[in-house]
Design a protein around this ligand. Structure first.
Ligand code: OOG
Ligand code: NI
Length: 473
C-alpha cells in the first residue's frame, strides 16, 4: 500500500519513554518526588549559569529520563527485546562485563545511534543478561534456568506485532504503534504475583538476590529510571534532605571542573509486597486463589539520577580505569568522607581543563567553524603546531566536548550491589568476559562505542574542512 505512512521511530521512543515514566511514577511514587528534585536542582544550576559547556540538550528535555534498566534471563528474551527496541529506534551499543564485580551477568545498552535522534529523545535501556554458566552451584543454576524457560514475558499481541514490523522493514504504522506501545510496556511493568513458589524464591535468593530478581517474576520489570541532572553533588544533598534513603557514595569519577563520563547516585530499592505461590500449586493460573498464596516482600526497584560529562578516548579511558582501580583499592574500609578525599587526590592525575584534555587526546570533541578566515585555503604558519591547533588558536575553529552517552561497568555494579543489600559478589566460577556469548544471545554484534565517538569527532572535522574549502583544490 503506497499510502502507508510509517510512525517515526524517534517519536515512538518519545511516547514509549513518557508512558514508561508515567507507569513508573504510578508504581513507585517516590520516583515522582525524585523527578521533582531533579527539576529544582537543574533550574538552580541553569540560573547560576554554571551548567557544563557540553550540555547538548535543551532545558525542557533535560529533566526527561536518560535511561532505564532491565535484567533478562535468556537469549530469547534478549533477542525479542532487541526487536522491540529496534521499532523504537534503539540499537545495541557496547559490551559490559559485570563478572569483574562478581555478578553473573553481562550487558549492552539499547540507544539511539544518530545524534539527531538522541536530541529528539535520548531514552536508552541498560540491559543485562544472566550468564548461568558462571553460577557455581548446580541447584541454583538448574532451578533458575528451568524457571526462565517456563516464563512468558511478552504478550501474544506483542509478538505478533513484532512479526508485522519485521515484514515492514522494521516499521509500524500509527494504528499498529498505538497497540504496540501499551503491549510493550506490559513486559516492563511490575506484577505483584510472582512466577515462582516462595521456596524457589528463597533458594535463588540465598544463592544471590539477583538470581531471584531475574528468574522469579512474570515480567522483566524496569528496575529504575534515571533523569539527567546538571549537579549531582547538589542532588545527593537534596535527596538526603528530602528524607530519601540515598546510596552512600556517588558512583564514577570524583567531582571536577570539567565533568567526564558519568556520575550517578540513587535512592535505594524499596521493600515491595509480592505474592508467591505456595509449594505444589499450579503455576500457570493467572489468578490463583488467596489460599494458594504466600505474602512476602522483595526489593528491586529504585530511582537514580546522573550527571553526564565528556566522552573519553581509549587513552582517556585507560587513565580513568587505572585511577579508578587505584582508588578502589586504596579506599577499602574508609568512611565516605575519607574515601572521597583519597579518590579526589588520585584523580588529580586526570587533567581538568578542556583545552588540556583535548590537546592530550583524552576526550572526544565536536569541532565547528567559528568564523570564516580572511584567506582561504588556510595554510600552515607554524611548523610546531598542527593546522587544527593553529585554527583553534586563531579563533577560526572552536570545539565542544562530546557528551558520554554510555555506561561504566563498575558504576553499574556499584548501583546493583547497593540495591541488593549484598556487597558480596556471588560465588562465581572464574570470571571471564564473554563478548562472543553476548553476540550470540543477541543475534547481532553491538556497535563499538569507541568507533561511535571517533566517528562523531571525525565527521565534525570533515565538515569544518569542507567549510574552509579544503579538498576542493
Ligand atoms: C543496572 C544497573 C546499571 C547504570 O546506570 O549503571 C545502570 C541494574 O541494576 O539492573 O543502570
Ligand atoms: Ni542506571
Amino acid at each position: 500500500n503506497v499510502d502507508h505512512t510509517w510512525a517515526d521511530p524517534d517519536a515512538l521512543r518519545g511516547r514509549f519513554a513518557a508512558a514508561m515514566s508515567a507507569m513508573y511514577r504510578e508504581e513507585v511514587p517516590l520516583y515522582g518526588d525524585l523527578m521533582g528534585l531533579v527539576r529544582d536542582v537543574n533550574d538552580e544550576a541553569l540560573n547560576r549559569g554554571t551548567s557544563q559547556t557540553n550540555t547538548r540538550s535543551s532545558p525542557e528535555s533535560l529533566a526527561a529520563e536518560r535511561h532505564g534498566a532491565i535484567r533478562l534471563g535468556t537469549p530469547f528474551e534478549l533477542q525479542t527485546v532487541r526487536r522491540i527496541f529496534s521499532v523504537l529506534g534503539m540499537y545495541p551499543v557496547g559490551y559490559y562485563d559485570l563478572s569483574v564485580a562478581g555478578l553473573p551477568m553481562h550487558a549492552t545498552c539499547f540507544r539511539p545511534t544518530q545524534v539527531q535522534s538522541l536530541d529528539v529523545n535520548p531514552f536508552r535501556v541498560f540491559t543485562t543478561l544472566l550468564r548461568p554458566d558462571l553460577i557455581q552451584r548446580d541447584e541454583a543454576r538448574t532451578l533458575a534456568w528451568k524457571m526462565l524457560q517456563n516464563r512468558k514475558i511478552f504478550t501474544d499481541a506483542l509478538l505478533a506485532l513484532l512479526d508485522v514490523a519485521d515484514a515492514q522493514q522494521g516499521r509500524l504504522d500509527e494504528d499498529q504503534a498505538a497497540v504496540f506501545i501499551p503491549q510493550a510496556l506490559q513486559t516492563f511493568s511490575w506484577q505483584h504475583l510472582a512466577a515462582s513458589t516462595y521456596k524457589e524464591y528463597q533458594i535463588l535468593r540465598a544463592e544471590h538476590p539477583i538470581l531471584a530478581d531475574i528468574a522469579c517474576f512474570r515480567t522483566a520489570h524496569i528496575n529504575h529510571l534515571t533523569p539527567r541532572t546538571l549537579d549531582i553533588s547538589a542532588m545527593q544533598i537534596a535527596m538526603k534532605e528530602a528524607g530519601m534513603n540515598v546510596k552512600s557514595r556517588i558512583e564514577g569519577p570524583p567531582a571536577r571542573k570539567c565533568p567526564i563520563l558519568l556520575r550517578q547516585t540513587s535512592f535505594l530499592a524499596l521493600e515491595e509486597s509480592v505474592q508467591f505461590l505456595k509449594d505444589g500449586n499450579a503455576r500457570d493460573s493467572p489468578s490463583p486463589d488467596e489460599s494458594e498464596l504466600i505474602q512476602a516482600t522483595h526489593k528491586a526497584r529504585f530511582g537514580e539520577t546522573e550527571e553526564r560529562g565528556a566522552a573519553v578516548t581509549a587513552k582517556g579511558r585507560q587513565l580513568y580505569d587505572k585511577l579508578l582501580s587505584e582508588s578502589m583499592s586504596r579506599t577499602v574500609g574508609l568512611s565516605v568522607q575519607a574515601a572521597d578525599a583519597v579518590s579526589r587526590e588520585i584523580f588529580r592525575r586526570f587533567p581538568d581543563d578542556w583545552s588540556e584534555l583535548r590537546q592530550q587526546g583524552l576526550i572526544y570533541c565536536e569541532f565547528s567553524l567559528a568564523r570564516k578566515p580572511a584567506e582561504t585555503p588556510v595554510s600552515k604558519r607554524d611548523e610546531k603546531m598542527s593546522l587544527l591547533e593553529q585554527l583553534i588558536d586563531d579563533g577560526i575553529v572552536t570545539f565542544r566536548p562530546i557528551t558520554y552517552e554510555d555506561f561504566l561497568p563498575f558504576s553499574a555494579a556499584g548501583i546493583f550491589q547497593s540495591n541488593l543489600q549484598s556487597q558480596k559478589g556471588l560465588d562465581l566460577k572464574p570470571p571471564v568476559s564473554d563478548f562472543e556469548g553476548l553476540v550470540k544471545a543477541l543475534g547481532v554484534k553491538p556497535m563499538d562505542m569507541e568507533d561511535w565517538y571517533a566517528q562523531a569527532q571525525r565527521q565534525s572535522l570533515e565538515l569544518v574542512g569542507r567549510e574552509l574549502g579544503f579538498g576542493e583544490q
